[in-house]
Structures are given as C-alpha cells and as structure tokens.
Design a protein. Structure first.
Length: 88
C-alpha cells in the first residue's frame, strides 16, 4: 500500500468504463502515487498494455490483455487489493 503522505487524487484523470478493457476496482489506491505504482507494475509485467489508474474512482483499466489472473497478480504484487467490480 502507499506510503506517501499526500493521498490526493490526481485532478482531471477520471476514468470512464471502457468495454474493451479489463477494469478492476482497487479500493486501497488512494492517490497519484498509488496509481503510478500500479501503472508501473502492470506495464512492466505486461509489456504493450495501456493502463489507466484513477484514484478518484478507484478504477484501473488495462487494454492489451485479457489475462485477468495476471493483472490481479501484478496489482497484488505492487501491494494493492484488486476486485472485479459488479456490472451495472
């Protein structure tokens, strides 16, 4: 989990749900530092993917892979707790 002291969402980074992307909810992503750590872990572990991590909505969207287990494992490895949000 994040060790920084700012815990402020990044302005203007609201992520809309993309039906072509894997989207996970990460409740413990609380600031821009958290979003950066998750993005870095995913892009390093899944080269060629595009990641949008939005602390305001707590959503992480990943395009370029359909491997949910790998995405979840990389987020967990970065120190965060992903869940698959309910549709609706």
């Amino acid at each position: 989990m994040c060790g920084c002291s700012t815990h402020q969402p990044q302005a203007g980074t609201t992520t809309e749900r993309d039906p072509a992307a894997l989207t996970l909810k990460v409740e413990d992503m609380s600031c821009g530092h958290c979003a950066g750590a998750i993005t870095k872990a995913l892009e390093a572990g899944l080269p060629g993917t595009r990641v949008q991590a939005d602390p305001a909505t707590k959503l992480v969207s990943v395009r370029g892979t359909r491997d949910l287990a790998k995405v979840e494992a990389l987020i967990v490895g970065a120190g965060y707790t992903p869940t698959v949000p309910a549709l609706g």
